[in-house]
Design a protein around this ligand. Structure first.
Ligand code: G3P
Ligand code: MG
Length: 225
């Protein structure tokens, strides 16, 4: 079962910072997940649309300048990183799930990843995901798509196939053995977020879940056969 470091290794370091991604690398994490917005032509890595929770700034990401965002402390003196900086930290050794959080992110993300694929990276090392399915379907089909669902919905599997998804990424409260089986029957991988407790990790492994997002990705790796 794949260990996907959620916002890096955010159980240990401030989420979505280079310190968090470096920590995931030190743990030997094969995949990291991060969240992106597109601000003044730059892809910035941050989760909330509001700055208050994770930085010393205030206001909305989409109403801020890139210079202002870069002036903020995102925890322990870390800057809000750009996606390009995270690729440099990952250095092709960790694969990356880019979650499209902000509007109009699909095209610039695909452009940046396409450029990376001309420099050492391979397209299968990336997964582009989103809860915003219209945005997700604007992402280049060169890259694998993860259809995110946060709550139970009708025909999750059919909708994921319509989006040409590679994986269906669901919240822990939605997962069941039946959903795992349905995904696999449809040739979809199934990934589950956010899984931090060892009994949940073990249960999902037994159900045949393909990967889990964890703030403590070492907990997922430690019991992998
Ligand atoms: O992509 C998995 C997970 O990150 C989705 O939820 O809110 O943590 O971005 P959220
Ligand atoms: Mg996310």
């Amino acid at each position: 079962m794949l260990a996907i470091g959620h916002r890096g290794a955010c159980g240990y370091q401030p989420e979505n910072t280079l310190a968090s991604f470096r920590h995931a690398a030190r743990l030997g994490c094969p995949w990291i997940e991060l969240d992106v917005y597109h601000v003044e032509g730059q892809l910035v890595v941050i989760h909330d649309d509001d700055l208050a929770r994770t930085t010393n700034g205030e206001g909305l990401i989409m109403e801020s300048s890139f210079a202002y965002l870069r002036s903020l402390d995102a925890g322990n003196g870390e800057q809000i990183p750009t996606l390009q900086e995270v690729l440099e930290v990952a250095d092709t050794k960790m694969n990356i799930n880019v979650e499209l959080k902000g509007p109009d992110t699909a095209e610039p993300v695909a452009a940046l990843l396409t450029n990376a694929c001309q420099n050492q990276w391979h397209s299968e090392q990336f997964l582009i995901s989103s809860f915003h399915h219209d945005e997700l379907t604007r992402a280049s089909t060169k890259f694998r798509r993860g259809a995110l669902f946060g709550r139970p919905a009708a025909d999750i599997i059919g909708r994921s196939k319509e989006m040409s998804a590679f994986s269906v990424n669901v919240s822990l409260r939605m997962i069941s053995q039946e959903l795992v089986n349905l995904a696999h029957h449809a040739q979809l991988k199934i990934y589950v977020y956010t899984v931090n407790d060892r009994p949940d990790i073990d249960r999902l492994r037994n159900w045949g879940v393909d990967g889990v997002f964890s703030d403590f990705p070492d907990r997922v790796m430690e019991n992998n056969p």
